[in-house]
Every structure is written in C-alpha cells, then in structure tokens.
Design a protein around this ligand. Structure first.
Ligand SMILES: Nc1nc2c(ncn2[C@@H]2O[C@H](COP(=O)(O)OP(=O)(O)OP(=O)(O)O)[C@@H](O)[C@H]2O)c(=O)[nH]1
Ligand SMILES: [Mg+2]
Length: 324
C-alpha cells in the first residue's frame, strides 16, 4: 500500500499542476530555455558544434558532466542516423531521454510497517526539519497518525522548531532536553509510537558533515538503537539535499550512503535555484527513490516527485513551438 494515497484533491491530479511546478522551478527552467531553447531556436545546422553547445548548456544548468555527455552522445547518434532532422526533434528527444533518466526514481513510498519509522538525515540547513514538518502535515491530511521525534538535540532552537511544526499539524512530539543522547530520543519515540499505535514516526536529526566522524557515528548509533527494538527499523533513511548546492549534492549522497546507508532522497529548495538540473545527475548516478521535492518554505511546498511533471516543468513541451 502506498504511504501517500492520492487524495481526490491531490494537486498532482489537477490540470495545470505542471505550470505551477514550472513556476516554482522557473529559475532552472529559465536557465535551460535561455540556453537549450535559445540554441535550438536559432535554427543552426544540427552539427557537432551545436551538439557541443547543447552539452555545455546542460552542464551549466547543473546536469553534471556525466549526464550531459551521455545524453548528448545519444542525441548525436540519432542525428547522425538522420532520426532527428530539426530542432523540434532534438528537443523532443532530449525530453524523452531525460524523462527516462528520472523515471526510475519516481516511487511510491512503501508502507508495509506500522509504525513506519523514518530517519531524516543530511548536512546543516538542508531542510530536514522543514521537510519533516511538511510531511507530517501531508500525512495528517491523508488521515494518518504521525509522531515526531526531536532527534536534533544539539540546539534548543531545533527542538522548538520541530515543536512548532508539530503544533501546526496537531501531532505529538517526543523530545528530551538539549544535549540529550539522540539515540535515547529515538528509542523513546519508537516505544511511544508503538504504544500509541501511530502510523508513521518521523525522526529529525542534527545537521552534519561526513567528515565529522563523531556525528556520523551518532547516526549509526541511532540506527542500531532502533534496530534493537525492531530489526527492520529504521525502514527509511532519507537524505535531505539542498538542491541549490548543485553538483555537491552528488558528493553528499555518495558520502552519506557510504557512512550510514540511505533508502531515498528529498531534494529541497528547488524554488529559487537555477541548479535544478542536479536532480537528473542524482537520478542517473544513484537511481535512489526521490520521494519528494521541496519548492518553497510553506507547508504545501512539498511535492511527491513525479518524473513527467518534473521534466515538463524544467523543459516545457511548448518551449520551441510556443504553443501556449
Ligand atoms: N525556499 C525554500 N526554502 C526551504 C525549503 N526547505 C527548507 N527551506 C528553508 O531552509 C532553511 C533551513 O531549513 P531547516 O529545515 O531548518 O534545515 P535543517 O536541515 O533542519 O537544518 P539544521 O537542523 O540546522 O541542520 C529554513 O529557512 C527553511 O525554511 C524549500 O524547499 N524551499
Ligand atoms: Mg533541523
């Protein structure tokens, strides 16, 4: 059963969602339309120089060298076989190839456990706490019971911040005073989640860098502690990534995956950055589920990752022929 049932009012089912997501992703879309669209609109000959310029345009929008090269090699092959004769055809092929890259990352969140135990991790300021807050609201809206765990015990403000989100969504929060052992908070929270028979336990954690060995060990301890109570817990270890950091996100996934193992990603702050192409780089490199994208600071600004609407948002079908 999917964790997120599509409620009848789900925005992703309404027409116009592409435009709205497109608005939020407009900085990335602009970077691409200025470059990719501009290049193709000028009706240059489909020669090696044009394809190279297109590759550069993708790299500039943070698709990453690897993704840009693979995509453009594929397109160059089709051009040389005369399968793609004009700019519209190249653009259409680009959209298809990019869709195929991100599609495997669109996954319904498996919810085979009760409580489903979710540990949110990532570097400082990536958007972990905010994403948990938005997620709690979303789940509550779907009629699920949620418990939050204030696993960031480093700063009193972090506990308060999560508490605000808990209040807003009318969900309970398990916390201990600042400086407490984060694993002990997680332990108490899992027991409380069981006792209260909640559907989902969302555990916040302090931001950290992979180089901070002590802090990475703390994450491992949280995982071990949870696993002692439930051998399969945590069921999800979600790495929250700030989409605005571009290619650094690729390195962060590598490092966190190696250190603690992750089951999926949330990419935040895709509003207001021209570096949204990084989602394609992440998809191609890791093929991990991208459960959500964050496109703003408010409670409604968390969207399930939908490959088709994402591609349409950053590379709209009407870009070349101006059909709108
Ligand atoms: N524009 C925008 N801002 C976001 C998004 N997600 C989070 N933020 C903002 O990013 C800032 C940091 O978010 P937090 O949720 O506190 O990040 P964190 O990972 O919990 O940070 P630490 O606990 O300090 O490690 C806040 O000001 C959020 O409002 C998003 O999708 N878009
Ligand atoms: Mg936080």
């Amino acid at each position: 059963m999917a964790l997120f049932r599509k409620a009848s009012g789900d925005e992703s089912e309404k027409p116009g969602v592409f435009a709205r997501l497109g608005e939020r992703l407009s900085a990335t879309r602009r970077a691409l339309s200025d470059n990719v669209g501009g290049l193709l609109k000028r009706k240059r000959a489909l020669d090696a120089a044009l394809l190279e310029d297109l590759e550069t345009a993708l790299i500039t929008a943070d698709f990453g060298v690897d993704t840009a090269t693979t995509v453009m090699n594929d397109i160059a092959r089709r051009v040389s076989r005369k399968e793609l004769g004009d700019a519209d055809a190249v653009y259409g092929a680009l959209r298809t190839i990019l869709y195929e890259i991100v599609q495997p990352c669109e996954k319904a969140w498996p919810a085979g456990h009760k409580p489903e135990i979710v540990l949110m991790i990532g570097v400082n300021g990536a958007g972990k706490t905010t994403t948990i807050g938005k997620l709690a609201a979303r789940l509550r809206g779907e009629g699920r019971s949620v418990l939050l765990a204030a696993g960031d015990t480093f700063r009193a403000a972090a506990i308060e911040q999560l508490g605000e989100w808990a209040k807003r969504s009318d969900v309970a929060m398990i916390s201990q005073p600042r400086g407490a052992d984060a694993a002990a908070v997680a332990h108490d929270a899992l027991q409380a989640a069981r006792a209260r028979a909640v559907d989902v336990l969302l555990i916040d954690s302090a931001g950290r860098l992979h180089t901070q060995t002590g802090l990475m060990d703390e994450l491992a301890k949280i995982k071990r502690t949870l696993a002692r109570l439930d051998a399969q817990a945590p069921h999800q270890v979600i790495l929250t990534l700030d989409g605005g950091i571009g290619q650094n996100a690729v390195t962060q996934v590598e490092q966190f995956h190696k250190a603690v193992g992750i089951t999926g990603l949330c990419v935040t702050k895709l509003d207001g950055t021209a570096k949204g192409g990084v989602v394609f780089a992440l998809a191609k490199r890791f093929r991990l589920p991208i459960y959500f994208v964050g496109v703003g600071e408010s409670v409604d600004d968390l969207r399930p990752f939908d490959a088709r609407s994402f591609v349409d948002a950053v590379l709209p079908a009407e870009l070349l022929s101006d059909r709108t």
